[in-house]
Design a protein around this ligand. Structure first.
Ligand SMILES: Nc1ncnc2c1ncn2[C@@H]1O[C@H](COP(=O)(O)OP(=O)(O)OP(=O)(O)O)[C@@H](O)[C@H]1O
Ligand SMILES: [Mg+2]
Length: 235
């Protein structure tokens, strides 16, 4: 379980998160939605430790992780797939995965052959393209690769910022199918999204952020019926 309680964070003197409280139960997919500038990316960065938390607490399975260095937080089991894809475009898919595999302890990663076999099973599109240059993958495939790279450390929680950004609807559909497959393996996932449709279909729980606070929280089915929630999303 990942828990944020009254989290405050921002940039310099400008506070962006004004007391954010949210919980991500183990084994669920949680969608964090909200208009541009609501503080979604800021929240992910505060959790991952790339932005200091100036108030409140962040706990992973009960232990405080706020105030720790990003590398320590990552080792505790929290992985962030940042906005934009961050793969090495000049290297093959296999080499991208190999670098990720080498970057974590062998205890966490397990043997290379077993891991790459597992990835090829859960993400067959990547499995078929192991020898292709990452830069020549489609946008959706690159996003898949970015996601796989963080899975190697067997994180407890994966935070994904704008999985669907800039991708065609069909590709987005395929990516979310992969998210569903990951969820079926028990992976806990936080999806930050600007667009509703997929988040609602694939998430167990939704939070809507507005101006650095939680404006609404509930199950996707409740959201469709909530006029108030819809108006928050409209900004
Ligand atoms: N590096 C930065 N320096 C100063 N202000 C920033 C910085 N990054 C973000 N902000 C501000 O913090 C606020 C929240 O930004 P954030 O990126 O968290 O929003 P978001 O919800 O992820 O939006 P989007 O949907 O556009 O990605 C915005 O007002 C933004 O201008
Ligand atoms: Mg953002």
């Amino acid at each position: 379980m990942l828990e944020l309680r009254d989290v405050r964070a921002g940039y310099g003197r400008i506070e962006v998160l004004h007391g954010l409280t949210l919980a991500v139960p183990t084994g669920t997919v949680v969608a964090v939605l909200g208009p541009n500038g609501a503080g979604k990316t800021t929240a992910l960065r505060a959790v991952a430790g790339t932005l200091p938390v100036t108030g409140g607490s962040v706990r992973l399975d009960g232990a405080r992780i706020d105030g720790r260095r990003p590398s320590v937080i990552a080792r505790r089991g929290l992985a962030l797939v940042p906005e934009g894809r961050g793969v090495f475009s000049g290297l093959t898919v296999e080499d991208n995965l190999r670098i990720a595999h080498r970057s974590v302890s062998s205890e966490d990663a397990g043997p290379w052959d077993a891991w790459v076999g597992h990835i090829a099973e859960v993400f067959p599109r990547l499995g078929e393209r192991l020898h292709q240059q990452a830069g020549s993958l489609s946008g959706g495939e690159q996003q898949m690769l970015a996601l796989c790279r963080v899975l190697v450390g067997q994180p407890k929680v994966v935070l994904v910022d704008e999985l669907s950004m800039g991708l065609a609807p069909l590709v987005v559909e395929q990516l979310f199918e992969q998210v569903a497959a990951l969820r079926a393996t028990g992976q806990t996932i936080v999806l930050v999204e600007q667009y509703l449709t997929h988040a609602l279909r694939y998430a167990d729980l939704c939070y809507i952020l507005a101006k650095g606070r939680v404006a609404w929280c509930g199950e996707p089915t409740e959201l469709s019926a909530s006029g108030a929630a819809a108006s928050f999303l409209a900004g």
